[in-house]
Design a protein around this ligand. Sequence first.
Ligand code: CO
Length: 174
Amino acid sequence: MAVLDIRVYPDSILRTKCTRLPDITEDLLITFADMAETMYAANGIGLAAPQVGLTHRMIVVDVGTRENGTNSGLLKMLNPLILSGSGTIEMEEGCLSIPNIRETVKRMERIQVRYTNDNGIDISLDADGLLAVCIQHEIDHLDGILFTDRLSPLRKQLIKSKLDKLRRKSSTQK
Ligand code: CO
């Protein structure tokens, strides 16, 4: 397994719409393992393929132990798709690809998501709270959407200088 480089805003791969994969393969199992290791090394609770430079519809999520003591553990999701959702929840989010910015985002509180797991089995999962938020954030990445896109115009204006700073940083590194 390997810790991969995390792509940072405004890297254009973060704006790419990722492609579905027909099935799990040996190569994709290695990719899932590397993505999980990268997520844990960065103390993240979720990671999507474009954040490590890949345009596959793959995410990993591990939100840890919940208040009610349950732990869904590490989820490796191929071609995740939200089938339905309900309610609204507001939670503070951050992103490994947008360092030093944390903002409250409004999302669906409960979702039903379908995906293929690392054994090639199709799973239907009901998620709520932090797990539901995390899965929605990661699936957004597969469509080139960042959590900052989901802020109100006012909040967007307020973080603009921080985003500009990240942009300047990347242009001086090139
Ligand atoms: Co993110």
